[in-house]
Design a protein around this ligand. Structure first.
Ligand code: CAA
Length: 300
């Protein structure tokens, strides 16, 4: 594959998505990766999730132990944004799905990013054009939306913002290929892109079925796994991606489309208020056990 010579990549956010993206960059693409978060405990947890995932590949026989150690040695945890960003050819942002937090982060990153480096966002629903507007080089800002778990899911949605250049789009398609992923191109920066535009209304309906007492969570998930062949039912999937993340996406839809058909489920909102976020907090629609290994307070 031709394209820019990407060697050093920084991933911003060591949470549920960020740790997996960093791993894919080191494991499949062979990049030298810096994994950044705002607190030492968050980067530590991210590195520990990467170790767990690599151990799963080794246990399955898909990866030699020595190779796993080598991959791990290519991932450098840090809290120092400037040092990480100024040497990178590609920065992938996987921070919490909060527009204000992301805009502040983009301003900061833009101060230190080399002018020809690419800044890709793993946002699920925030406008790439808006994120680009907080930087000095919006032509280098693009969406690169991974799916959970990034280590296993084969797709990346590439999203073109209003000012994204053709060269940037091409460069991230090449990088995605180096990461072993298929891509689809969203030609317009539209909320939720392709997959979440379809998925979120389905997840909201599943939560409404629970709150209306139509069926139990177990039966709703059984219906969708057996009736539609989804690998996970919608309520388990809500727990898996995080109810807070799903609520955040619904809120962006409501605001951007101004259409009540995207109204978030009151049950999901209530559960988020109660800290029942799913896998990351140990409990959502289901019990997930200790939150310690998968919780992510700082990143998606
Ligand atoms: N790293 C390495 N290996 C992993 C892993 C990880 N993080 N997670 C799971 N695995 C491995 C397991 O070790 C297991 O291996 P074996 O089959 O050899 O035993 C295999 O994957 C299957 O895992 P499980 O048995 O634990 O569970 P499963 O069969 O249900 O598979 C799954 C897990 C791949 C996640 C599958 O359930 C699935 O595809 N679920 C749907 C995921 C999905 O829809 N993701 C998109 C969410 S939407 C999104 O991300 C967008 C957004 O913006 C919200």
């Amino acid at each position: 594959v031709s394209g820019p010579n990407i060697r050093k990549v920084t991933v911003l956010g060591a949470g549920l998505m960020g740790h997996g993206i960093a791993q894919v960059c080191a494991q499949t693409a062979g990049y030298d990766v810096t994994l950044l978060d705002v607190k030492q405990e968050f980067v530590d947890r991210g590195m520990s999730m990467i170790r767990d995932s690599l151990a799963k590949f080794v246990a399955k026989g898909g990866l030699e132990k020595g190779k796993a150690d080598e991959i791990l040695s290519r991932i450098h945890p840090t809290l120092d944004l400037r040092a990480a960003v100024e040497k990178s050819q590609l920065v992938i942002e996987a921070a919490t799905e909060d527009p204000k937090l992301k805009l502040d982060l983009y301003r900061k990153v833009s101060e230190h990013l080399p002018p020809d480096a690419i800044l890709a966002s793993n946002t699920s629903s925030i406008s790439i054009t808006l994120l680009g507007s907080a930087t000095k080089n919006p032509e280098n800002v693009v969406g690169m939306h991974f799916f959970n778990p990034p280590q296993l899911m084969p797709l990346i949605e590439v999203i073109r913002g209003a000012k994204t250049s053709d060269a940037t789009v091409e460069a991230v398609r090449v990088a995605a290929k180096q990461m072993g992923k298929e891509t689809v191109l969203c030609k317009k920066d539209s909320p939720g892109f392709i997959v979440n535009r379809i998925l979120l209304p389905a997840l909201t309906e599943a939560a409404l079925l629970v709150s209306e007492g139509v069926a139990t969570p177990e039966d709703i998930d059984k219906a969708v796994t057996l009736g539609l062949s989804w690998p996970m039912g919608p309520l388990k999937l809500l727990d898996y991606v995080g109810l807070d993340t799903a609520l955040g996406i619904s809120e962006v839809f409501m605001q951007e489309f101004q259409d009540s058909k995207y109204r978030p489920s009151p049950l999901i909102r209530q559960m988020v208020r109660a800290g029942l976020l799913g896998r990351k907090s140990g409990k959502g629609f289901y019990e997930w056990g200790s939150p310690s290994s998968t919780k992510s307070s700082s990143g998606k």
